[in-house]
Design a protein around this ligand. Structure first.
Ligand SMILES: C[C@H](O)[C@H](O)[C@H]1CNC2=NC(N)=NC(=O)C2=N1
Length: 81
């Protein structure tokens, strides 16, 4: 997945077959985020999930934690089917 860095955050959009697939993905991301102690800002509309990553503890900048979570999210998306 292509992440773009704008406005001091990483951004990506993920699409799925339907809402159930999208929400299952979000659930997996939620567990990964909680395990990492690093959490996404995101929105979901039906089969689309938009995610933004930045580190609040570092003044809302992009850090290694964001790149690591982005990589983990990519792996979960790759395995969603
Ligand atoms: C105490 C707790 O680990 C911190 O507040 C974590 C929680 N999740 C977080 N998530 C994000 N995106 N940025 C943070 O700085 C952050 N800090």
């Amino acid at each position: 997945m292509t992440w773009t860095e704008t406005n001091n955050a990483l951004h990506a959009e993920f699409t799925f077959g339907d809402f159930t697939e999208a929400f299952a993905f979000m659930t997996r991301v939620a567990f990964a985020a909680e395990a990492a102690g690093h959490h996404p800002e995101w929105t979901n509309v039906y089969n689309r999930v938009r995610i933004s990553l930045s580190t609040h503890d570092a003044g809302n900048t992009v850090t290694d934690k964001d790149h690591a979570l982005a990589a983990a999210i990519d792996k979960l998306y790759a395995g969603h089917e």
